[in-house]
Design a protein around this ligand. Structure first.
Ligand SMILES: Nc1ncnc2c1ncn2[C@@H]1O[C@H](COP(=O)(O)OP(=O)(O)OP(=O)(O)O)[C@@H](O)[C@H]1O
Length: 266
């Protein structure tokens, strides 16, 4: 079942077309990655899904309540961690005992229990980000939208956040996250969409997208033949007696990184 569906979304800022007829769906229990370089349209897409931007063309279907981690971080710096979390939990009408339980659970999971009574401003940037992440999920939302959740985190904290996201997926939540750092989400997202100038240039399961990543050049009757092809097709060509001795260049591009660079530069 779909948690989120976008149908032919276009968004202008003045004359600037930021999203160009963008369609995709995200299923319940799925971690969906929105990838693209700066300015590709990730934040605009996530703001539209979250309901922050409402002047756009197209249709958005949402199946549940939303938790949102915005790109621009910032919590009330003079407040204590526990008070911030309590405040946001109460905004969502979570019963007090349940809220206390949730707060302790997540603080513990993210290894920041010791800062419960500390003011936000005394925490490191990474720890502040972890608190803001907790804010986005404290009300147990069905749909979790995370704008660049991994930026600025070291590997230990990155993995702590990933573990929680993974747990939320197991609970059947719909998770959409954006990143410009492909290596952070390889083998983590179930499906991805690569955005370039507001358009989807790739969309699907990582292994499906990565399939088309072999490149071959060979000579046939003194002509140079060039192909982009799947690994399976490449294997066939490599076993072809007429071709295998005439190969000039063969590259396996198994890393999504190269694909990403290619689509965004080429
Ligand atoms: N409020 C705005 N007014 C005018 N143009 C905007 C506004 N917000 C975004 N844009 C433009 O729309 C395009 C998409 O921006 P968006 O922030 O969605 O991209 P992004 O992929 O999230 O980039 P980044 O990773 O840098 O945040 C960019 O060209 C940006 O300059």
């Amino acid at each position: 079942m779909d948690g989120v569906v976008l149908k032919q979304i276009s968004k202008y800022y003045g004359n600037k077309l930021a999203l160009n007829n963008l369609s995709f769906n995200v299923k319940k229990g799925e971690i969906f990655g929105l990838l693209g370089h700066n300015g590709a349209g990730k934040t605009t897409t996530l703001r539209i899904i979250s309901g922050i931007i409402d002047n756009y063309n197209g249709e958005v279907l949402i199946n549940g309540n939303i938790g949102y981690l915005p790109e621009e971080r910032g919590l009330y710096k003079d407040e204590k961690v526990k008070d911030i979390l309590k405040f946001f939990g109460e905004l969502h009408d979570i019963p007090t005992s349940k809220l206390k339980e949730q707060i302790d659970y997540y603080l513990n999971k993210l290894n920041v229990s010791q800062y419960k009574n500390s003011k936000i401003k005394t925490l490191s940037k990474g720890n502040q980000q972890k608190i803001q992440f907790i804010v986005s999920i404290i009300h147990n939302p069905d749909i979790i939208i995370l704008d660049e959740p991994f930026t600025g985190l070291d590997i230990v904290n990155l993995n702590l956040i990933k573990d929680i996201i993974y747990g939320l997926k197991e609970q059947g939540k719909t998770i959409i996250l954006s990143t410009h750092q492909l290596e952070k989400i390889e083998r983590f997202c179930d499906r991805i969409l690569i955005l370039k100038e507001g358009k989807a240039v790739k969309y699907g399961r990582l292994d499906e997208i990565c399939k088309k990543t072999a490149y071959i050049e060979y000579l046939e009757d003194n002509k140079l033949i060039k192909y982009n092809l799947s690994h399976g097709e490449a294997l066939q060509l490599l076993n072809d007696e007429n071709i295998k001795n005439n190969i000039v260049k063969f590259e396996v591009r198994s890393s999504l990184e190269e694909l990403f660079m290619e689509d965004n530069n080429g």
